[in-house]
Design a protein. Structure first.
Length: 553
């Protein structure tokens, strides 16, 4: 009798099928498979039949599909309360990291079932469970075979069908997925973006690691608030028996008994990453990394718990979230009234605290699969989970882009939502400044399909003397694009357009025909395709290169 009652209780609490609620693909298949794009859509359609509120979401003018025709599908669940907080949750940008895709479907079902009334009332959610739609459907048991996986389907592919890592595409906007995302940010304008991943890296004792935006050049107050949110979420989850910490890896990356860990380090301060990009727009972000060596159902359940904890914190602090975002925006506007605004061209890792870590010494089988633990060592280590800006420069009033590059550059600037004007509207009281290049590094190997270009130099009132170089005529200046930095997205405009920025359109090759002249291009030299407008003579900098990425989440 007792066991019968227990079974009944399990059915009532666990299997949602009982009440007609849809099940996710892992739930339906006893964990043998993860969802395809079509299965996500079928689940969402079934949810919509069960309860009102969930609607398909498509930002105006955004692509509806990837290059191969896979649909880009998102849904919106708008809270019934007064002025709900807008939040966007992204999953499967790396489609081998499938846990977020499954967890967010469960979270939406629970919200519609009335299990989290505070969240249901006070959140206006947009979710895209299968952001990398091509990778989502390219499932293969051979992918990420070092982790416990759904046995039948395996998991999807990291990159999109063109071979691009979509989590490096936020600035250059090469993929339709990115154009969709930027259109969503411009239209829906969430206060926070959550992006759900799974680690590949260190064997640590946390169930999940997470990160706030760590963006070079973003508002320091907002970054500090972003960190505070995750420290408080971490402490709350700890009391519930779920150890979590800032995303990172041990140094050295693969410690041994002879070379044990000496530090913990996070990853990258570039805005090309989805969880760094929103901070340049004065918005919050959360990176979630379920732990690769937890079991497959545990990884889903950890991600679900973490997402709910973050959403809970944001709802509880929603007035604070709103005022922090507004104040960051106001500080940027106010800075222009005070005189030269300066921003960093690079960033270095910063020790934020010392923390007690558990280094897990794993047992691996002959194929390298982790099958158990030899033991755990408790270590207090310096934790480098933040960045400090360096190589600060005074930013100009704006940039002019050569009319010859308008077809290539304008669509990218517009996708970002920047205010772009004609050169005729540049402030005529200020000087037109020319870039004096003092050094360059053209990458010897390609990165995301581009031989990237890092330039050093300074803006000067005189054009560098170069024989036969095409001059800028007054008509050229008038026909150029003018992008003022004194606009709400001015920080973003700086990192896209300053030739010294290591995430700029120069870096990503948009101007290579003018800036990278191979031996076969022997004619008259073209002019430098970007000018600045400003007060003249700003500091020259030889930017310190960012530390080389050690790993990829
Ligand atoms: Zn990832």
């Amino acid at each position: 009798m007792r066991s019968a009652l227990r079974s009944l209780a399990l059915i009532l609490t666990g299997a949602s099928l009982f009440a007609g609620w849809p099940q996710t693909t892992p739930e339906r298949t006893e964990l043998r498979r993860t969802s395809t794009v079509a299965e996500v859509r079928a689940f969402m359609e079934a949810l919509r039949k069960q309860a009102p509120g969930l609607e398909p979401y498509q930002p105006k003018g955004a692509p509806r599909a990837t290059e191969t025709g896979k649909p880009l599908l998102a849904w919106r669940l708008k809270g019934a309360g007064k002025d709900p907080l807008r939040v966007y949750v992204n999953a499967n940008i790396h489609a081998g990291e499938v846990e977020g895709k499954e967890a967010i479907q469960q979270v939406l079902r629970e919200l519609l079932q009335g299990k989290h009334p505070e969240l249901r009332r006070n959140l206006d959610l947009v979710v895209m469970p299968a952001y990398n739609a091509d990778g989502t459907d390219a499932q293969d048991p051979a992918i990420r075979s070092y982790q416990p996986n759904p046995t039948e389907s395996g998991v999807g592919r990291r990159e999109n069908a063109q071979g691009l890592d979509l989590n490096r595409d936020l600035m250059k906007v090469a993929a339709p997925n990115t154009r969709w995302l930027l259109a969503m940010l411009n239209e829906f304008d969430p206060a926070a973006v959550l992006d759900l991943h799974t680690t590949n890296g260190s064997t640590h004792g946390f169930h999940l690691t997470h990160g706030p935006a760590c963006t070079m050049g973003a508002d320091e107050g907002l970054l500090a608030f972003n960190r505070k949110m995750l420290v408080e979420v971490r402490e709350r989850l700890k009391t519930e028996g779920m150890p979590t910490y800032d995303y990172g890896n041990f140094v050295p990356y693969r410690p041994t008994a002879e070379k044990p860990p000496t530090a913990w380090e996070t990853y990258d301060a570039h805005p090309r990453l989805l969880t760094n990009y929103p901070a340049l727009r004065n918005r919050l972000a959360v990176l979630s990394e379920s732990y690769v060596y937890r079991s497959w159902p545990d990884r889903i359940s950890d991600t679900r718990k973490f997402v709910l904890a973050c959403l809970g914190w944001m709802v509880e602090h929603r007035n604070d979230v709103r005022s922090q975002v507004r104040e960051a925006q106001d500080r940027w506007t106010a800075a222009w009234a005070k005189g030269p605004v300066s921003l960093p061209l690079s960033a270095k890792l910063k020790e934020v605290e010392r923390y007690a870590f558990e280094w897990v010494d794993p047992i691996r089988d002959d194929k390298g699969h982790l099958t158990g633990e030899k033991g755990r060592t408790r270590l207090e280590l310096p934790s480098f989970v933040g960045f400090e800006g360096q190589d600060f420069v005074d930013v100009p009033a704006g940039y002019l882009v050569d009319p010859a590059f308008v077809p290539r550059v304008l669509p990218v600037l517009q996708a970002h939502g920047l205010r772009v004007q004609l050169g005729t509207s540049r402030p005529k009281s200020l000087a037109v400044l020319h870039f004096q290049e003092s050094g360059r590094k053209l990458a010897p190997g390609a990165y995301q399909g581009v031989f990237t270009l890092e330039l050093q130099g300074a803006w000067k009132a005189e054009a560098p003397p170069k024989k036969q170089q095409a001059a800028w005529t007054p008509a050229d200046l008038d026909r150029a694009l003018y992008i003022p930095l004194d606009q709400p997205l001015g920080r973003l405009a700086f990192y896209l357009l300053d030739p010294r920025s290591s995430d700029s359109l120069v870096y990503w090759g948009a101007f290579h025909s003018a800036l990278v002249r191979g031996d076969g291009m022997w004619g008259e030299p073209p002019r430098f395709p970007i000018l600045a407008v400003g007060r003249g003579e700003v500091n020259a900098v030889s930017a310190t290169p960012m530390s080389a990425p050690r790993t990829q989440e």
